[in-house]
Design a protein around this ligand. Sequence first.
Ligand code: ATP
Ligand code: MN
Length: 152
Amino acid sequence: MYEHILVPTDGSDTAELAVEHALDLAEQYGAEVHALYVVDTNAMSLSLGGEQLDRIEQGHYGEMDEVRERAENATGYVADSARELGIDTVEHVSAGRPHDMIANYVADNDIDLVVMGSHGRTGVRRALLGSVTERTLRSTRAPVLVIDADEE
Ligand code: ATP
Ligand code: MN
């Protein structure tokens, strides 16, 4: 049923909780796990120009060490955890609006399940769902498994 599982991650504790679920499912189904971090241009467009965003897409961060570190830590956590279990992973970083990039990635990579957190690192906890998760649900036809931030 599931062969290509996507975990969109912002490196938050809740996203890491989602990783646990994704890896367990990947083991059950023999699926490959994809980790996607999106450099959020909603949040960064004031400080970064379009040229810089293009370069991020190509993996050239130049002076943007902080951006690189956050991205690589987020996807690296998924890859490292998966490797311990012998699960194949693909790491990817893109730049744009997170839910758009997640929906595009799903369509372009035959993703048949998305596993993500209810919340992330930027939000306040009053809403039931963070905006990236809510918009992803509205932007893709793939099944999306949402892991609650308060799960122990
Ligand atoms: P908000 O962003 O609306 O202020 P929030 O940060 O609490 O609230 P979301 O950003 O929607 O909530 O995060 C929910 C989940 O979406 C995260 O656990 C993660 O799986 C995914 N996610 C959030 N931001 C990104 C991102 N930049 N790249 C990839 N995945 C992301
Ligand atoms: Mn967020």
